[in-house]
Design a protein around this ligand. Structure first.
Ligand code: MN
Length: 195
């Protein structure tokens, strides 16, 4: 059984860039929903194996991918944000960013522009792709589509409307610009050191 992972900061710690009400709903209701639905799906899969009834297997495998990826991405997202204390990529990550994107500014611009055009329900991610031996930026539709297999998510931004609409309405660029103030690069550096 999956359990909700604790938030590493108080619900109002990201103000004014990400308000308490939005984070409260996002963390306590929506993220909890992904945990509950992943657990329910696992229970149904166990029951299918026990009863040897695989009538709904296609739907269950899809649910596992959708809800399970929803859990993983939300945990990465909540953890790669923090109070607006300036942090930055460490030397190793910065060197790789410079190598693969030309400069930090070019990386930031690509990430921002890519985030703006994620289709309604999706994510934008900085990932490490072991097979290519390089960093890439990927969009993600829903929680599970458009990945490169084996990639390691480093920095993720939730572009589902529930993540910004309450506070930013249709002003997606304002939400993305605000996000840069609360990125916790210490967490991203830690993930990069484990690739
Ligand atoms: Mn979300």
């Amino acid at each position: 059984m999956l359990k909700k992972r604790e938030l590493k900061y108080p619900l109002d710690a990201l103000e004014p860039y990400y308000n308490k009400e939005t984070l409260d709903i996002h963390y306590n209701i929506l993220y909890q929903g992904y945990i509950d639905n992943t657990n329910k799906t696992e229970e149904k899969l166990q029951k299918a194996r026990e009863t040897n009834n695989f009538e709904n297997i296609k739907c269950l495998e899809k649910d596992l991918s959708f809800f399970g990826s929803g859990v993983i991405l939300h945990e990465l997202f909540f953890d790669n944000m923090g109070p607006a204390i300036p942090t930055s990529p460490n030397i190793e990550l910065m060197e790789q960013i410079n190598k693969d994107f030309g400069s930090y500014e070019r990386f930031k611009t690509q990430f921002t522009e890519s985030s703006k055009v994620v289709e309604a329900s999706g994510w934008n991610l900085l990932v490490w792709v072991p097979e290519f031996n390089k960093l890439e930026i990927l969009q993600c539709e829903k929680h599970q589509n458009l990945t490169l297999w084996g990639c390691k998510p480093l920095l993720v931004l939730d572009m589902w409307e529930h993540s910004y609409f309450l506070q930013y309405k249709t002003k997606r660029p304002d939400y993305i610009n605000a996000f840069w103030n609360i990125v916790n690069w210490n967490e991203v550096n830690k993930r990069y050191s484990k690739i």
